[in-house]
Ligand binder design. Structure first.
Ligand SMILES: C[S@@+](CC[C@H](N)C(=O)[O-])C[C@H]1O[C@@H](n2cnc3c(N)ncnc32)[C@H](O)[C@@H]1O
Length: 204
C-alpha cells in the first residue's frame, strides 16, 4: 500500500469497522472515477484524506445532530459520491446522491452495485427540483458556498422545522452571522496535522 489509510481519533471508534468497504471505495475513486472524469487525478493519500476522511466528518456530524433513523439524507452535487457514499457506508439511513449530470448518475449506479449499498440511491435532478421531506439533512461538499446557500434560503423564506444543512467550507476559519439561521463552524483534524472546517446551518 502506497498510502496511509489513517482515521483520526474522532473517528476510530465509529468508523474503523467500515474500513474494508471504505478501501473498496478508495479503489473505485483512484481507478474508475479518475478514468471516467468524475474526479481529476489525485494521489492515493489525497483521495483518502480529502475525500474519504472529509466525508466521514459529515457522517459524524449527522450522528451528533439528529436521530438519523428518522431522517433522509440528500447529498446535493454529489459528483463521485462525496460525501454521500462514505455516509451510506457507515450509516444505514437512506442517502440520495443527487447530481444533474446523467453520466455521473450512471457511474454511481454501477458503484452502488459494486459496493452492495442498498441505502444509496443516485438521482438525476436539478437543485431546485429536489424534493425535501420534513426531516431532511442536506449535505453539500465543494458545491455551493455557505453565504450563497444562506442567500437562497432567505429569498425563499425556506424555514421549516428540522432543516439541517451541512456545507463544506474552505481550510480557513470564518465567522458568518445570519439573523434567520444559525451557522456553526465545526473544526476537525483531517489527518495528523491539518484542520478542515464544515459549516452547519440550522433553522433557529
Ligand atoms: C465541484 S463538484 C463537487 C462534487 C463532490 N460533492 C465533491 O465534493 O467532490 C459539483 C457537482 O455538482 C453537480 N451540479 C452542478 N450543478 C448542479 C445542479 N444544479 N443540481 C445538481 N447537481 C449539480 C456537478 O455535476 C458536480 O458533480
Amino acid at each position: 500500500m502506497n498510502f496511509e489509510p489513517q482515521i483520526p481519533e474522532w473517528g476510530t471508534e465509529d468508523f474503523k469497522k467500515h474500513q474494508d468497504k471504505l478501501f473498496e471505495y478508495h479503489e473505485w475513486l483512484k481507478n474508475t472515477a479518475i478514468k471516467t472524469g468524475l474526479i481529476s487525478k489525485k494521489t492515493d493519500q489525497f483521495i483518502w484524506d480529502e475525500f474519504i476522511i472529509h466525508s466521514l466528518y459529515f457522517a459524524k456530524l449527522i450522528k451528533k445532530f439528529k436521530n438519523i433513523s428518522e431522517c433522509e439524507i440528500i447529498d446535493l452535487g454529489t459528483g463521485a459520491g462525496i460525501p454521500g457514499i462514505p455516509i451510506s457506508i457507515v450509516n444505514k439511513t437512506n442517502v440520495s446522491l443527487v447530481d444533474n449530470k446523467q453520466k455521473r448518475i450512471y457511474e454511481l449506479e454501477r458503484l452502488v452495485k459494486i459496493l452492495n449499498l442498498n441505502n444509496a440511491k443516485p438521482i438525476k435532478k436539478m437543485q431546485n427540483n429536489s424534493k425535501r421531506g420534513k426531516n431532511s439533512i442536506i449535505v453539500m461538499r465543494c458545491y455551493v458556498s455557505t453565504s450563497n446557500i444562506l442567500k437562497t434560503l432567505e429569498k425563499k423564506q425556506l424555514k421549516d422545522n428540522n432543516l439541517i444543512i451541512f456545507v463544506s467550507s474552505s481550510s480557513k476559519s470564518s465567522e458568518i452571522f445570519n439573523t434567520m439561521f444559525h451557522v456553526k463552524q465545526e473544526k476537525f483534524l483531517i489527518n495528523k496535522n491539518n484542520f478542515r472546517y464544515i459549516d452547519v446551518i440550522t433553522d433557529m
